[in-house]
Design a protein around this ligand. Structure first.
Ligand SMILES: *Cc1c(COP(=O)(O)O)cnc(C)c1O
Length: 452
């Protein structure tokens, strides 16, 4: 069949030219407004019917994206987007994502993508080494921290089941009350029970509390999760205290470092992650603080064989792939077909080198400390807690929820910044999540001045 959707005609060239031209402009622009969401009705009105029997053509479809759809998306890499966990892909990583798409790589197996798997694995090996894991550690890039956590915990349960085949009760996973919602979600999906242990006064999971829970729940515990940088406050659990319990109890230690584990790459915060080297698995999201485009989570197992045992899919049509000794990324998580989503991170690390990463991550940590000092100086503001990594949480004295909401809406409406209220102990607070190296102290002053 001849199809103009698949040929190399002038029409195809025209499409590729327009799309790459737009991509180049977007990648190199540094004045993109912060933008904001729209309503379904407004988008209907502005975009109209875009999917038709004959197609609306390249210029119109791309124009609609550029002028209607894209402006209805918040610019996550804007230097004054400090909400949730924003993004800050390097130019190399973002640009290389285009190459990943251009190359139609099936990233699931060695047989089909050895070159790419090699590069992804070098990236994972570098991270594993930084985290103090043995040289035999390995894993895979998955979609995000949620899938990474779930995949690691399924491997943990698999191992517990193998060691204790007669156990018929419900498996339990111990984590801090402050643990990310994805851990509770993983328990739900697995039919396991989340045992939520209170943290200390700073919300940090401590060894004593975990010991108590391990003693109480005994052989039903298949894993303990320590958080390496909780999303709300950036608190790092006492990983070393939890790891020490491994000599008394038999459990799988998983470290959820989706946001914070990047800080373990820096000289100024590495010590907070002591004990990480004893973990059985860990995750970190390159799309958060490792400057990669959405979406990517690095999942690393101390012993990758545990991941393979839990996750290899068996099917006759796949035997040629799975019945080999080669390294197939699909075997290590809940997935089969996979985009080579670790490649943008690999390319960027290869281009700039690891020192540039350490420096860029350190920038946000130092900025958080500076922001905290500034907040303490301002009488109308109250710092809720000293930042541990790069999240700063504070209050505006005398304000209620509706004051915060209005202020936040106006900040975005005026296209100054994106900062959303959060809550702590039932009280509204404001939160800066600093991961963008382009965010300056002056950017923060601009926002803080609007709280006077
Ligand atoms: C963001 C985050 C997750 C979830 O990661 P996604 O990539 O959004 O799925 C899990 N744990 C922590 C600590 C996080 O910060």
């Amino acid at each position: 069949m001849t199809t103009r959707m698949h040929d190399n005609s002038a029409f195809s060239e025209h499409i590729v030219d327009l799309v790459l031209d737009y991509s180049k402009r977007r990648l190199l622009a540094d004045d993109i407004p912060i933008d904001r969401g729209s309503t379904e009705r407004e988008l209907q009105r502005l975009a109209g019917k875009t999917i038709t029997a004959d197609g609306i053509g390249t210029a119109r479809a791309l124009g609609l994206f550029e002028h209607v759809l894209a402006p209805a998306c918040v610019t996550t890499e804007h230097p004054r987007n400090l909400a949730f966990i924003p993004s800050a892909p390097t130019k190399a990583a973002a640009a290389f994502d285009v190459v990943v798409s251009a190359s139609s790589i099936f990233g699931g197996s060695w047989k089909e993508a050895s070159g790419v798997v090699h590069a992804e694995n070098e990236t994972l090996a570098w991270l594993a080494k930084e985290f103090g894991f043995p040289e035999t550690a390995g894993g895979v890039f998955v979609q995000g921290g949620t899938v990474g956590n779930l995949s690691a915990l399924v491997a943990a349960r698999e191992k517990a089941q193998r060691k204790n085949p007669n156990f018929t009760g419900r498996w339990k996973i111990i984590c801090s009350k402050e643990a990310h919602s994805s851990i509770k979600s993983a328990c739900h999906v697995m039919g396991a029970e989340a045992v939520l242990v209170p943290g200390d006064k700073n919300g940090k999971l401590r060894g004593d509390a975990v010991r108590e829970a391990l003693t109480e729940h005994g052989e039903a515990v298949c894993a303990v999760v320590a958080t390496g940088g909780a999303t709300n406050f950036g608190i790092v659990d006492a990983i070393n205290e939890v790891a020490e319990l491994k000599s008394e109890f038999d459990f799988w230690l998983h470290v959820d470092g989706a946001y914070g584990l990047a800080a373990a790459l820096t000289d100024i915060r590495r010590d907070k992650f002591a004990g990480l080297e004893h973990a059985d698995s860990a995750i970190v999201d390159p799309h958060k603080w490792l400057f990669s485009p959405y979406d990517a989570c690095a999942l690393i197992y101390r012993d990758p064989e545990e991941g393979r045992r839990a996750h290899t899919q068996k099917a006759e049509y796949l035997d040629v792939l799975t019945e080999t000794v080669e390294f197939n990324p699909s075997d290590y998580a809940i997935q089969l077909t996979r985009r080579a989503r670790g490649l943008p991170t690999w390319f960027s690390l290869a281009v700039y080198g690891t020192d540039a990463y350490r420096e860029a991550i350190s920038h946000s940590i130092e900025l958080a400390d500076r922001a905290a000092a500034e907040i303490k100086k301002r009488k109308e503001l109250e710092l809720v807690r000293e930042p541990e990594l790069s999240v700063v949480v504070f209050k505006r004295r005398g304000w209620k929820q509706e004051d915060y909401d209005r202020w936040s809406d106006e900040l975005l409406a005026d296209e100054v910044g994106f900062v959303v209220p959060s809550s702590f102990n039932g009280e509204p607070v404001l939160r800066f999540a600093l991961i963008n190296p382009r965010t300056t102290f002056e950017d923060l002053l601009l926002i803080l001045d609007r709280l006077k």
